[in-house]
Structure formats: structure tokens, C-alpha cells
Write a protein that binds this ligand. Structure first.
Ligand code: GLY
Length: 570
């Protein structure tokens, strides 16, 4: 089986001392805070706050800036999800809005488009090249949210990204490593090769990357964002697609619309947790796992205690089994969201957990539909950034081009690196995607359908008090990474710096293996192995960017020490 776990490169021998974990620096602020995957992008956001903009302005500027400095993870050639929260003291509540600006399948997409005449999956067809791309949503999403809630002029929030593209920035070691991994596909596409290599030679860390075409494209977007969908940028993308066997047409771009969705909220202890509903699986399974573990006093057990980790792993296994069967685009298939996040359903599933032994995944099938029906709820490579402003408005935004450098192709003349989000569909039942996730009918390809996501931007509140906001990249591991970050703060009373730094685990049902952070204490790893878990140790994954509001109202932010991000407060 391919996917995330099969492609691990860093396996640490069990029995050795665990490598020492790094602790993120803790940044504080009162008037605002931006935490993103890149210091230049966080600065771009804070610049908006300093100019009198709000969290939306800062988030839009940061997102555009990430599109320039982190093209390997997310960009205007991809899509994402935004959760925004606004305090409502009159109702002692937070108003949470959710915007889906994820890629959609082109109209000409079809269920078997990645299968050959024998019904076999054509290797890498959903991952490399123009056919892998879905219709991008980032520009429409940012423009939509800014139109509703932004305060600064649109050109102002796009400006920092234009400057970064025009004058360049030093590429990081991570950037170069990511480029190396995608060298073949990038050098095969003339437009990508011209931008991301020096005539075929890889950049060295610290060298300046200038993206002149992208700067021009961003200037056009600053003048008129609709040009991405109906104007000169759209024409260039459609022409490049037609020339290279891609499916995205001008009509697909014209038809693109972001969708406001009802955020999916539930309770854990006294807190309200809100996250994205389908077509993300993030919210459903974050709440489902929280329901499964809620009766237990994990704090008294300890964060890295084998009992805690075993319970988390078994709960994750159940959630991902249901994900494979039931989750898909709710505009195309009926997703039993309310049942999956209901307390009654959690009670049934909890009773299937053996607290002493790992239950093999083939003994944990997805729930039978009739069980779900009996429990209708009585009364519902990627980049993440988190922003809070002086009024405690909050944005939690995750966006992506999917795999490293997306499809590895740039629409000629635009500088726009295109996503390979089509791989997030099930290309065939039971065939794992890039992250080893399997799916079925609910996530089959259909024209204009949205591929299922794991992106989990989350906001935690208590009444009209903001507690925290967080998110992470990491494909299939996003949900469990956000889950543990939230638990680290809510259940284990960690600071935000400790919460993003703490070792994590991940189980996704199939493959039936438990990923453990290489910094997990060896005795804990051995105890989990004795319970029957097949352990894969790995250098940390995910890249959480989180902000916590302390009881006295101070903002504390931290970027995951596993990567290059930065929290900037003021
Ligand atoms: N492309 C990763 C996700 O959306 O989950």
C-alpha cells in the first residue's frame, strides 16, 4: 500500500533514546497576532493590522504572501477553507462563519478518468501534470471574504505578496528539499522549470527566488480579482490546459463559486469547538474523536501515557473507518454528519474499543448505515494560518495545492503553480491516495464535485470568549494533529508553545499502523507495541500554527518548531 506511511524516510530504531523535542518560542501580543508557516507572510499580515485592518485583512494578506513564498504547499492555484469568528457580546457568543473555496472537479472530469482500458489505475495520473488539477478557488475565496468583512482596500491586502514576488525572497532548506522531491515533474514542464530552477539547476538554500510572472498576475488580481475567472488570467489558464491535455476550461473558471457553509460545532467539556463541515472530513472526525474520549479523565492519565495514546489511537481508527465510507461532497452525496458526531453513536463505537489491546482495522468496519440512522443527532502539503485582531475577531484558514508543488506544472505566462487536488478523490474504490487514505462511492469523481479534504481549521470558544484557534497541513494527519493540539491546551493545560511542540501520534484505520513522533519516550513506544500496535516512528509531521487567548485576555501564539513558521504579535 502506498501513501504517507509507505514513503516515510526517517525510521528511528526502537530502543534508542528518543531524540530531544524542540520547544516553539512563545510570542505574545495584545493588539493582534498572526501565526503562519513563513515569517515573511506573518509580517505581511501584521502589517495590515498595523494599518488599521482587521483579522480578515491580515488573513488575506498572509494567504497571498504564503502563495508566493510557499508555492510547494499552497497558493492561488489551489484552494482551501476559512473559518472566521466574531465576538457577539450581546448574545454572549461567537458568530462563526465557514467559507469553502476548495477546488472543484472540471466539468469534463469523470469517475474513471484515472483508469486505463483494463480498469487499472494509471500511475501518478491524478498527481502529476495538468490532468491532476481541480478548478482553483483561492482567489475567489479571498475576494469573497474580504468583500464581506475586510476593512482595508483590496489592493492594500494584495500588495505585500506582489512585492515578495517582484523583489524575491531567500528560499529555505525545506523549500529546496521539497523542490528536489518534485524535480522530475517540475523540470518536465517548461513554465515551472523556468521559475523554480536556474535552467534546470536546483536553487541552494538562501538564494533569492524572483517570480516575475506571478507578480504580474497578482497585480492583475489586485486591479480586478475576477480576471482570474473571467479575464486574462482565466484565458491563459484555459489555453495552457487545452495545450497540455488538462480539463479546466474557461467555462469551468467562470462557473467557480466559493460556498458559505454552516460551520460544524460541538462541545467538549465546557468548550465549543467549531471546524469545517464536509467537503472537509476535518470537522466531523475532530468532533467524533472528541466525543469518543470525552468520558475519560485523560489529564489524570498523562499526555504521553500509553493509556491515553492507546485510547486516542483506537478512536482515530474508528473515525477514519467511517471517513472512508461516508465522507464526500455534501452537494453530491448524503453525508450522515449529525449521526457521526452524535453522542449516541459515540457511545456505541466507544463500547467497541478494547482498552488493553489494539483491535486490527479489519475488525473495525465502518458503521452499518442502519446503526447510524438510529443515532440521528436529536436537536451537525497545505498551509495553515491563524490570525486574531484587537477586537478578538479570529481567522483560522487552511489552504493547499495538495502534494508538494501541486501538479508540478505552471500555467504558462501566469506564474501560477497548479494543484493536484483531484488526487483527493477516490480514483477507484479502495485505492489509496497520496496520503494512503482509501475511499469509495461517496468520494468518487464527478463533474464539478469537490474532492474530500482533511483540512481542519478550528476555533474554540467559551461563550463570547475566544479560547484558541489552530490548524495544520499534513494530508490525512491534519485531523489528528489538530485534535491533539486542541487537547494539549484544553485537557492538559499546556501553553500554546508546548501544545504545538508536543509529540503526536496518528492512526488512520488503513494502513493499520500507528505513527509515533520520534521524540516519544521509548518506554511509551514499547508499551504501545505490547498492546498490539504496529509502530512506525517518524520525525515529526504537521506544521501547527496556533493562537491561545489567556484568561486575562493576552494573545499567545506559536508556530510549530518542526518547520519554519513564525508567530508575530503586536
Ligand atoms: N489536500 C489535502 C486535504 O485537503 O486534505
Amino acid at each position: 500500500m502506498g501513501g504517507l506511511i509507505a514513503t516515510l524516510t526517517t525510521i528511528v530504531t526502537v530502543g534508542c533514546d528518543a531524540p530531544t523535542r524542540q520547544l516553539a518560542p512563545l510570542e505574545t501580543g495584545d493588539r493582534g497576532m498572526v501565526v503562519s508557516a513563513d515569517p515573511l507572510a506573518s509580517e505581511a499580515g501584521v502589517e495590515m493590522l498595523r494599518k488599521g485592518g482587521n483579522a480578515i485583512d491580515a488573513a488575506v494578506a498572509t494567504t497571498f504572501a504564503i502563495s508566493v513564498v510557499e508555492p510547494f504547499s499552497a497558493g492561488i492555484g489551489g484552494g482551501g477553507f476559512l473559518l472566521a469568528g466574531f465576538p457577539d457580546p450581546a448574545r454572549e457568543d461567537y458568530q462563526i462563519q465557514a467559507l469553502d473555496f476548495r477546488e472543484r472537479a472540471p466539468k469534463a472530469a469523470s469517475r474513471d478518468m484515472y483508469l486505463d482500458e483494463n480498469g487499472e489505475v494509471i500511475e501518478r495520473a491524478s498527481l502529476d501534470g495538468h490532468l491532476a488539477a481541480g478548478v482553483p478557488g483561492t482567489v475567489a475565496g479571498l475576494f469573497t471574504v474580504h468583500k464581506y468583512y475586510g476593512q482595508l482596500p483590496w489592493e492594500t491586502v494584495v500588495a505585500p505578496a506582489i512585492q515578495l514576488a517582484e523583489t524575491g525572497f531567500p528560499v529555505s532548506e525545506y523549500f529546496v528539499r521539497s523542490l528536489e522531491r518534485r524535480r522530475d515533474v517540475i523540470t518536465a514542464n517548461p513554465a515551472a522549470r523556468a521559475i523554480f530552477t536556474r535552467d534546470g539547476q536546483m536553487y541552494e538554500p538562501g538564494e533569492i527566488l524572483i517570480q516575475a510572472d506571478l507578480a504580474d498576475t497578482l497585480k492583475t488580481i489586485a486591479a480586478d480579482p475576477r480576471s482570474f475567472y473571467t479575464g486574462e488570467i482565466a484565458t491563459a489558464i484555459a489555453a495552457d490546459m487545452a495545450e497540455n491535455g488538462g480539463l479546466i476550461t474557461l467555462a469551468d473558471l467562470e462557473a467557480y463559486t466559493p460556498i458559505w457553509r454552516n460551520p460544524l460545532c460541538g462541545n467538549f467539556r465546557q468548550f465549543q469547538i467549531c471546524a469545517m463541515p464536509p467537503p472537509s472530513s476535518g470537522g466531523v472526525h475532530l468532533l467524533q474523536i472528541l466525543n469518543l474520549i470525552e468520558p475519560y479523565d485523560l489529564k489524570s492519565w498523562g499526555r504521553q501515557d500509553p493509556d491515553t495514546l492507546h485510547l486516542l489511537a483506537e478512536s482515530m481508527r474508528i473515525a477514519y473507518a467511517d471517513r472512508a465510507e461516508y465522507l464526500g461532497d455534501p452537494d453530491f452525496v448524503a453525508v450522515p454528519v449529525r449521526s457521526l458526531v452524535s453522542g449516541g453513536y459515540a457511545d456505541i463505537r466507544r463500547s467497541q474499543i478494547d482498552r488493553e489491546r489494539a483491535t486490527p482495522s479489519d475488525e473495525i468496519p465502518p458503521a452499518a448505515r442502519d446503526i447510524l440512522n438510529r443515532h440521528i443527532w436529536e436537536s451537525p502539503e497545505t498551509s495553515h494560518l491563524t490570525v486574531v485582531d484587537g477586537d478578538r475577531n479570529v481567522v483560522s484558514l487552511t489552504f493547499t495545492v495538495n502534494g508538494g508543488f501541486g501538479a508540478g506544472v505552471v500555467a504558462a505566462g501566469t506564474g501560477i503553480l497548479l494543484n493536484n487536488e483531484m488526487d483527493d478523490f477516490s480514483v477507484a474504490p479502495g485505492v489509496p491516495n497520496l496520503y494512503g487514505l482509501v475511499g469509495g462511492e461517496a468520494n468518487a469523481i464527478a463533474p464539478r464535485k469537490t474532492p474530500l479534504s482533511s483540512m481542519t481549521p478550528a476555533i474554540v470558544t467559551e461563550g463570547d470568549r475566544l479560547i484558541m484557534a489552530a490548524g495544520s497541513p499534513g494530508g490525512s494527519t491534519i485531523i489528528t494533529t489538530v485534535l491533539q493540539t486542541v487537547l494539549n491546551v484544553l485537557e492538559f493545560d499546556m501553553t500554546v508553545a508546548e501544545a504545538v511542540s508536543e509529540p503526536r501520534i496518528h492512526h488512520q484505520w488503513l494502513p493499520d499502523r500507528l505513527l509515533v513522533d520520534s521524540t516519544t519516550p521509548p518506554a511509551t513506544v514499547e508499551a504501545l507495541r505490547r498492546r498490539g500496535h504496529e509502530i512506525v516512528k517518524r520525525d515529526g509531521w504537521g506544521n501547527v500554527n496556533a493562537i491561545v487567548v489567556t484568561p486575562d485576555g493576552q494573545l499567545q501564539g506559536a508556530a510549530d518548531p518542526r518547520r519554519d513558521g513564525a508567530a508575530v504579535g503586536f
